[in-house]
Write a protein that binds this ligand. Structure first.
Ligand code: TYD
Length: 135
């Protein structure tokens, strides 16, 4: 699926406990403007269910596991995240949802823009219209 990247972060293995990191300009392909995290997700709940006109994101399962369900208007792809050093880069204009959260999972999300409600496309048909250039 175009633009989606599964990115392996550095992992410094240490008998005292492992360490991974993200530095601006190195591991992910955008400057980091915002960080947020999703946690305490009740069993069976899902997050997301929208696309962004402009925002790019990078998502890591810092703890536990969940599925990132991606849809570019043509095909669908499910990426299961379950490692603290492995994340998915999602370019703009990709419909996504986060599903199948394990107990105590923690999703870290980095974005290249501040929160902007106007950047959300929450209607799938509208998303498809924009994606196929018919809007
Ligand atoms: P939303 O992005 O819709 O959640 P999801 O991850 O399920 O797509 O955000 C839920 C609410 O949180 C919404 O009312 C806006 C608010 N919010 C912020 O105020 N700042 C943020 O950075 C984010 C991501 C959300």
């Amino acid at each position: 699926m175009e633009g989606i990247q599964l990115i392996q972060l550095p992992k410094i293995v240490d008998p005292r406990g492992n360490l991974s990191f993200i530095e601006e300009g190195s591991q992910i392909p955008f400057p980091i403007e915002r960080t947020y995290w999703i946690y305490d997700v009740p069993g069976g709940e899902m997050r997301g269910g929208h696309a962004f006109y402009e925002m790019q994101e990078f998502i890591v399962a810092l703890s536990g596991s969940f599925d990132v369900v991606l849809d570019d208007g043509v095909s669908k792809k499910i990426i299961s995240l379950n490692r603290s050093y492995s994340g998915v880069y999602i370019p703009k204009m990709i419909w996504r949802s986060l599903e199948n959260f394990s107990t105590n999972s923690l999703a870290l999300v980095l974005s290249d823009k501040s929160y902007d409600a106007k950047d959300y496309i929450r209607d799938y048909d509208l998303y498809l219209k924009h994606k196929t250039g018919k809007q």
